[in-house]
Design a protein. Structure first.
Length: 94
């Protein structure tokens, strides 16, 4: 499920743009950093992380998730109040 040019994908891109503006960097830098983080996370050995990314990859039909895919996936789970298979507290950056 590569994000298509639709309303939800545009909203996800808006989130990335807002993040870039807030941090005084370019959209491309934020996008690249997010894609690098996704790539790194997909190689995790943490069972909880693997469970999360396995679920994301089911949605993306085995393709590498894009930042838009991840933003939309997480947003949908939050909006539907779907229980997560792990605790976010261990993933919060300090």
């Amino acid at each position: 499920m590569k994000c298509k040019y639709n309303k939800l994908a545009l909203q996800a891109r808006g989130v990335i743009q807002q993040t870039a503006k807030k941090n005084g960097v370019s959209y491309d830098e934020i996008y690249r950093d997010m894609q690098d983080a996704i790539t790194h996370a997909l190689n995790s050995t943490d069972p909880s992380a693997l469970s999360f990314w396995h679920t994301v990859q089911q949605v993306t039909k085995g393709e590498m998730p894009t930042p838009e895919d991840v933003i939309l996936f997480v947003s949908e789970r939050i909006n539907r109040r779907i229980e997560w298979p792990f605790s976010f507290s261990s993933y919060i950056l300090h």
